[in-house]
Design a protein around this ligand. Sequence first.
Ligand code: ZN
Length: 240
Amino acid sequence: MHTSALVLFSGGQDSTTCLAYALERYARVETIAFDYRQRHSVELDARLAVLREIRSRFPQWAAKLGEDHLLDLAVLGAVSETSLTRDTAFKMEASGLPNTFVPGRNLLFLTLAAAVAYRRDLQVMVTGVCETDFSGYPDCRDDTMKAMQLALSLGMDKRFLIETPLMWIDKAATWALAQSLGGQPLVDLIVEHTHTCYLGDRTHRHPWGYGCGECPACLLRANGYAGFSQSVNRAASPCD
Ligand code: ZN
């Protein structure tokens, strides 16, 4: 019986949904993020706002929400030349991967998260990786997660469970999952306080939240929200 979880929580839509998922299931939940000198500190600021809003708006979850961990991972910026850490434009590379991809980044995150989970005696790690929208990221695939779960469990001699509630759902279904977990208040919180835009834009407000509206992350979020809104409207009008 699992009772405690560590959520890899970046302050984006996906990881906020994962945090709600964990708070709904487990008695004790902690959060972790990594500062690897992203071009924008917007996401790191967003995660503090999300934690604050969850504590104030969801008292049933606030009691379970424990420590937040932020690990300095500047070394990742030093070994990677990517558009998130350098001033180069976002583009797709010949490999079919966007140049934001940091090779093996997620493997490093999970390893460090497991070390913290071990120390904090947390049994489950929850991460918002997904094969549906970004099948190009090999360190987000289901097989990789299963291999990491085995490697970390063997390497630390402790049975870890890696949960990936978003693995097989698209962005519209991620919005729907948030609604099923926390109703409209959680959807509103995600729209207002989470951050997704690659450019760090917090000046343009759309129905789906803040962002430039044009980068791949914004387009994915906007399209998902449109699909989610359509299905909500369909459900609300029985004549359809
Ligand atoms: Zn954007």
